[in-house]
Design a protein around this ligand. Structure first.
Ligand code: DX5
Ligand code: ZN
Length: 213
């Protein structure tokens, strides 16, 4: 049986001048968690938010916070994001060693926080195979990380399918997800769908979220 489909609205597309209101909106519309994109201007060309804002997001919602670290040195900041109230933390395979992953996995497990490994569209699946046993989920990027509103890269579907054959836990997909691409990634075996512009740009938030299940 395939795992339940979960929808993770990405706050990157929310209106930060009324963030609490936007969070309530997706919460009411049935979001399963909130996807929070952390960018440092080094690993990716963009800069977004840090632990301070995550702490305030934590105050206004009970939804699990799925914190996607697109930063060069995740190990250095992981404790700050834990104290801020993260429930799930994802680091990128492109910037962490297997040794660091092992240590982070043990650390997060001890604190009851789920740990995920992310990989960019151009990073082959073989890079994460040695660490699959240490992680709770894999986040497959379907755009080059850095910005919301980009177009889904269809070649990642093969990666999702291949991963599903060997990995029974959660597979998340992030980037360019809408009703159409959502269906494709679900069929390929993904079960957590992160979506920013599609959900926050929709007239009917509930309909948009439902269409991804
Ligand atoms: C991209 C981020 C994504 C982004 C998704 O670097 O990691 O989470 O917010 O936005 P959409 O769904 O608009 O592609
Ligand atoms: Zn993301």
């Amino acid at each position: 049986m395939s795992p339940r489909i979960k929808v993770a609205p990405s706050l990157l597309s929310a209106d930060f001048s009324s963030l609490a209101k936007d969070i309530k909106r997706v919460e009411k519309a049935g979001a399963d968690m909130l996807h929070v994109d952390i960018m440092d201007g080094h690993f990716v060309p963009n800069i977004t938010i840090g632990p301070l804002i995550v702490k305030y997001v934590r105050k206004v919602t009970k939804l699990p916070l799925d914190v996607h670290l697109m930063i060069e040195n995740p190990k250095k900041y992981i404790n700050a994001f834990l104290s801020a109230g993260s429930d799930m933390i994802t680091a990128h395979i492109e910037v962490v060693s297997i040794k660091e992953i092992k240590a982070m996995a043990a650390d997060l497990k001890a604190q009851g926080v789920k740990f995920g490994i992310a990989l960019n569209p151009s990073t082959p699946l073989s890079r994460i195979k040695p660490v699959l046993k240490f992680v709770d989920f894999v986040l497959i990027m379907s755009v080059n990380p850095g910005f919301s509103g980009q177009v889904f890269i269809p070649s990642v579907l093969i990666k999702i399918r291949e991963l599903r054959k060997i990995f029974k836990k959660d597979i998340a997909v992030d980037g360019g997800i809408n009703a159409l691409t959502g269906k494709k990634v679900r069929n390929a075996g993904a079960n957590i769908l992160a979506a920013g512009s599609y959900i926050f740009g929709a007239k009917n938030t509930k309909k948009a979220i439902d269409s991804l299940r």
